[in-house]
Ligand binder design. Structure first.
Ligand code: AMP
Length: 290
């Protein structure tokens, strides 16, 4: 039975049979399909990925699913912002053709026992501070890719380690999908857009852009010849001095392999950080190209 909700600004599908029926009809027409997985509470960062997918595909499916397995026991799964009606409106505006919002029981029925995990690129950074997080992400994304079977899947550079992990997943498991990254969309003051920015109080919101400013300053100093370690130490101290409650990491990594870098070489590097501000854990990263 095909069940597509008709009164939303774009078709919303919740069950797998309906999803497969829509995808099969598009495939029969020879259409190219793009996928943008999200956890909802959508903002311009998410819609930029939909636009990117739409520029390269005939049809774009955005998924909205708050995936419990990528949250730690003391993290914000229960309170993660959810606003499906607003999400559907934003997706329609951005040019998506379908919203797929699967039910929790359909994704993880009783007896579910499989974990897909990627080694190497998930070491350190968010892999160290959020144990189990990337296994949750790679498992749910594998399921979404198998359900939709898109030609292209788009993920944001905001979650840079996640993007590289998913590229690795697709390459290692021969998944017939091109994994593409989209640039970070920022507020005017440099703060990377994030659904979790909604957790910030007005005072914290005023401090939040310091994360990006600090990364930019540290990157400029490195490119100017300062020792990488000194710049990283400075950045950690600066964030605490500016009002961040804790710094999970500020690290320089190879932009493609994510191997730690003690100095700038002639390959592209990435400066990545995660820091706590009030209830929010904010991520950011920037290119440091020699
Ligand atoms: P989320 O809903 O936070 O799981 O994010 C869904 C997708 O949107 C992921 O691929 C994120 O990397 C991406 N994303 C989130 N925020 C941004 C942003 N500010 N700019 C670009 N992509 C983003």
């Amino acid at each position: 039975m095909t069940s597509i909700t008709g009164d939303a600004p774009l078709p919303v599908v919740r069950d797998l049979d309906s999803l497969r029926a829509v995808v099969a009809a598009w495939r029969a027409q020879g259409l190219r399909i793009g996928l943008v997985p999200t956890m909802g509470a959508l903002h311009a960062g998410h819609t930029s990925l939909v636009a990117l997918a739409k520029a390269r595909c005939d049809r774009v499916i955005a998924t909205v699913f708050v995936n419990p397995t990528q949250f730690g026991p003391n993290e914000d799964f229960a309170s993660y912002p959810r606003d499906e009606a607003a999400d559907a409106a934003k997706l329609a505006d951005a040019g998506a053709d379908l919203m797929y919002a699967p039910q929790l029981e359909s994704m993880y029925p009783a007896g579910f026992s499989t974990v897909v995990s990627v080694a190497g690129v998930t070491d350190g950074l968010c892999g160290a501070t959020r144990p189990g997080h990337f296994a949750g992400v790679t498992t749910v994304v594998t399921k979404l890719l198998n359900r939709v079977q898109p030609d292209l899947a788009v993920f944001g550079e905001k979650d840079y380690q996640q993007l590289l992990t998913l590229k690795r997943l697709a390459a290692d498991l021969d998944l017939p999908v091109e994994v593409v990254g989209g640039p970070i969309v920022r507020e005017a003051d440099g703060l990377a857009m994030s659904s979790r920015n909604a957790y910030l109080t007005a005072g914290e919101r005023a401090v939040a852009p310091e994360l990006n400013r600090t990364l930019r300053r540290a990157a400029a100093d490195m490119l100017g010849g300062a020792e990488v370690d000194d710049c990283l130490d400075w950045a950690r101290g600066e964030l605490l001095a500016r009002g961040f409650a804790g710094v999970d990491y500020v690290e320089l990594r190879d932009a493609e392999t994510l191997e730690p870098l003690a100095e700038l070489g002639d390959r592209p590097a990435r400066l990545l950080a995660a820091a706590h501000l009030g209830r929010a854990r904010l991520l950011d990263n920037i290119a440091v190209d020699p």
